[in-house]
Write a protein that binds this ligand. Structure first.
Ligand code: FES
Length: 586
C-alpha cells in the first residue's frame, strides 16, 4: 500500500514538513497517524507538533555506542517537554573494534541511510545518537544533506583501565604495550593480564582518538549542546544533556536552524583551529572535508596547514599529550577551550541553539590543568602538517603533534610494501634490508585500493629495530591510521597507488626526503626513470566486489575530498571549489 502524494523535499519550505503526512481528515492522513499511534505517538488532525527523529545507533556489536541506549528516554522527554513528538528509529552501528576491513567503508552508507530515512518519513528535525569514530561523521553527513534541524548527542568516553598501577589510554596504551610485547619486554602473563584490565565498560576510546575528536569538533561546529561532548559515559550529566538536546531540536525546528545554515565557512574554520588545539585525530581531516563537501563549503587540504600555523596544541590528552578525555572534561571541555582560543576563532558563528561561539566562550570557566594556556602550549605550530611534492601531488598529511621532532626533516632509502599482507609477511623478517634511517612505505591501501582505506598506516617498527631500542621511523602511506596512533607517519598520500599515484612507482632503495616545516615530500628519482616506471606500471587486478563495496569503489573520492561518494557531494560544492576563495579568515 502506498497512499499519499509526493512528500516535500528535506530542507524545503519553512513549516512542518510532517504536516504533509499527518494533517487532515482524509483516509491517507488517518493511515499515517494510526501508524505513529501504534508506536505510542499520538498526533492530532492539526499535526502542529514537530516530529523529531531519534536516530539511535546503539548495538551489542559496538561497545562504544552502547551508552546511547540509556539516552533515548531523556531525549524523548526533552522533545516532549518542548512540545514535539520523538520518534526513535535504528541506524546501522559503525563500531571500529569489530567491523572489517574498517568501519570507514560504511560511513557513507550510514549517511545515505540517515538522508533517505529523513526523505521518506514525516520528520521535521533530528537528534542523532552516535559515538564511535565513523558513527558521528556518517550520521552528520546524512543530516547535512537532508538539511533538517539536527542536534548530536554522543555517549562519552569509557572508564579508565589500569595496568600494573598505571592508566592505559584506549588504543594508544595498547599499541605501546604491543610494541613492548613484540620487543620481548612483556611476557604472556602480562599480556593476558592486560586483556582483563582493558574490559572496563562501554563508551568511546578515552584518548583523543577519532570518536573524541569528532565529538569535540561537532560541538565546535555548533551541532551539540555546549559542554556536552566530553561528558564521560555513565556520568549523571549525560541524561540532563540528552534532555536538553531534545528541547534544542524542537526549538531549532521552530527557528528553522538547519545544518547548512549552522555549518558555514566560519564554523569549519573554527573546527580546524580546534582540531589543532586538541591534537586531534588525522581522520578528522577526511571527515571535515566530507562534511564540508555535503554543506557546499569550499575546503582545501591547505586550509589545515594555513589555519594551524599560529595555533598551539593546548589539550594534554593522549596521543599528543599524557592525559585522558576525563581530564579534558574536568578542565572545562569545549567551552573552556573556546575561551582559551577566543583570539583565533570567528566568535560570531552560531550554534544550533542560536548561541554564538563568543557567547559560549564568555560564559565558560577558566580552563583547568588539561587545557594549557595559549601562551604555554604543548606543541607550537599546530598539530598537523600538509605535504606536497612528487610523491604526493594532491597532498598528504602528518600529525606532527604525535610525531618525533627529530624526524620531521628526514632523508632515507625506501623499504616498500605493496599491500598489508606483504607488509605483515616481511616486516619482521630478519633479512629485511632496513635500518632506523629507512623510510617504510606502504602502498595500495587507499580508498580505492582497499575499499574503506583501513587504518593500517602506523606500520610496525621491525622487531629487530624495536629490540635495539628504535621507537619511531618515518613511514609513508596512502592508508589512514587510528586517531589513537602515534609516530612520524605521512598519511593519506594522494592520489593513492591503486589509481596510479606516484606511490605505486616507488622501489626499494629510492631516496625519499620529507621536510615537514617546508611542506615537502619528494621522491629523488629522475623524471625519465619515473616515466619509464609509469609506462611499465599495470593497475592492480580489479577486486571482484559486489553490493555496497562495489558501489563504493566505483564512486569514492580521494582523501582530500573526504572519501565521500562523488554523487553525494553537494552539487554546488564541486563548482565553488574552483571559483570561490578558501574557507576561513586570512
Ligand atoms: Fe569506538 Fe574508539 S573504537 S570509539
Amino acid at each position: 500500500m502506498s497512499p499519499g502524494g509526493a512528500a516535500p523535499a528535506p530542507g524545503g519550505e519553512p513549516g512542518l514538513r510532517s504536516r504533509s503526512w499527518l494533517a487532515g481528515d482524509d483516509e491517507v492522513a488517518v493511515l499515517h497517524r494510526v501508524a505513529l499511534a501504534s508506536a505510542g505517538l499520538r498526533v492530532s488532525q492539526r499535526a502542529d507538533r514537530p516530529v523529531i527523529g531519534i536516530a539511535n545507533s546503539a548495538s551489542d556489536l559496538n561497545p562504544c555506542n552502547l551508552p546511547l541506549r540509556d539516552l533515548v528516554g531523556p531525549v524523548r522527554d526533552g522533545i516532549e517537554a518542548a512540545g514535539g513528538i520523538g520518534a526513535e528509529f535504528p541506524t546501522i552501528s559503525l563500531g571500529e573494534d569489530l567491523m572489517k576491513p574498517t568501519a570507514m567503508l560504511y560511513r557513507n552508507l550510514l549517511s545515505i541511510e540517515i538522508e533517505e530515512m529523513v526523505r521518506s518519513n514525516p520528520l521535521d528535525g533530528l537528534v542523532i545518537l552516535a559515538n564511535c569514530d565513523k558513527s558521528v561523521p556518517g550520521a552528520l553527513m546524512g543530516a547535512i544533506s537532508a538539511n533538517i534541524p539536527t542536534v548530536l548527542v554522543t555517549g562519552g568516553a569509557r572508564g579508565v583501565a589500569r595496568f600494573r598501577g598505571a592508566p592505559v589510554g584506549t588504543g594508544t596504551g595498547l599499541w605501546r604495550l604491543w610494541d613492548e610485547r613484540r620487543a620481548s619486554r612483556l611476557d604472556d602473563a602480562g599480556w593476558y593480564e592486560l586483556e582483563r584490565c582493558l574490559s572496563c565498560g562501554t563508551g568511546a576510546c578515552n584518548t583523543m582518538g577519532t570518536a573524541s575528536t569528532m565529538a569535540v569538533l561537532s560541538e565546535v561546529l555548533g551541532l551539540m549542546v555546549p559542554g556536552s561532548s566530553s561528558i564521560p559515559a555513565g556520568d549523571p550529566r549525560s541524561a540532563a544533556v540528552a534532555r536538553q538536546a531534545g528541547q534544542v531540536a524542537v526549538q531549532a525546528v521552530i527557528a528553522a536552524r538547519r545544518p547548512q545554515s549552522v555549518l558555514t565557512g566560519a564554523a569549519f574554520a573554527n573546527a580546524i583551529v580546534a582540531l589543532h588545539a586538541i591534537g586531534g585525530s588525522s581522520n578528522a581531516v577526511i571527515h571535515l572535508a566530507a562534511m564540508a563537501g555535503r554543506a557546499g563549503v569550499p575546503f582545501r587540504l591547505d586550509d589545515i596547514a594555513r589555519l594551524g600555523t599560529n595555533v598551539g596544541v593546548l589539550v594534554d590528552v593522549q596521543p599528543s599529550g599524557s592525559g585522558l578525555m576525563q581530564d579534558f572534561d574536568a578542565a572545562g571541555g569545549v567551552p573552556s577551550l573556546l575561551r582559551e582560543l577566543s583570539s583565533r576563532l570567528d566568535l560570531a558563528a552560531l550554534n544550533v541553539a542560536g548561541q554564538s561561539v563568543g557567547h559560549v566562550a564568555a560564559a565558560a570557566r577558566q580552563a583547568g590543568a588539561a587545557i594549557r594556556p595559549a601562551s604555554a602550549p604543548l606543541h607550537e605550530g599546530g598539530a598537523f602538517g600538509v605535504l606536497r611534492g612528487l610523491l604526493a601531488p594532491d597532498g598528504a598529511i602528518i600529525k606532527t603533534s604525535a610525531a618525533s621532532a627529530g624526524l620531521l626533516r628526514h632523508r632515507g632509502p625506501a623499504v616498500v610494501f605493496h599491500g598489508y599482507d606483504d607488509m605483515l609477511a616481511r616486516i619482521d623478517d630478519p633479512d629485511l634490508p632496513v635500518s632506523a634511517g629507512s623510510v617504510l612505505v606502504l602502498a595500495g591501501c587507499g580508498p580505492v585500493g582497499v575499499p574503506g582505506m583501513p587504518e593500517w598506516g602506523m606500520i610496525p617498527i621491525p622487531a629487530r629495530l624495536l629490540e635495539a631500542g628504535v621507537t619511531d621511523m618515518v613511514r609513508v602511506t596512502d592508508a589512514r591510521m587510528s586517531g589513537t596512533s602515534f609516530g612520524t607517519v605521512v598519511l593519506h598520500v594522494a592520489p593513492e597507488a591503486a589509481v596510479g599515484g606516484p606511490l605505486a612507482l616507488v622501489e626499494d632503495g629510492d631516496m625519499i626526503s620529507v621536510n615537514v616545516p617546508a611542506g615537502a615530500i619528494e621522491l629523488e628519482v629522475s623524471e625519465d626513470e619515473i616515466a619509464r616506471r609509469r609506462a611499465a606500471w599495470t593497475p592492480p587486478e580489479p577486486i571482484h566486489l559486489r553490493g555496497w563495496p562495489a558501489l563504493y569503489a566505483r564512486h569514492v573520492t580521494q582523501a582530500p575530498l573526504g572519501c565521500d561518494l562523488d554523487f553525494l557531494r553537494a552539487p554546488t560544492a564541486a563548482l565553488r571549489e574552483f571559483i570561490e576563495p578558501v574557507i576561513g579568515r586570512s
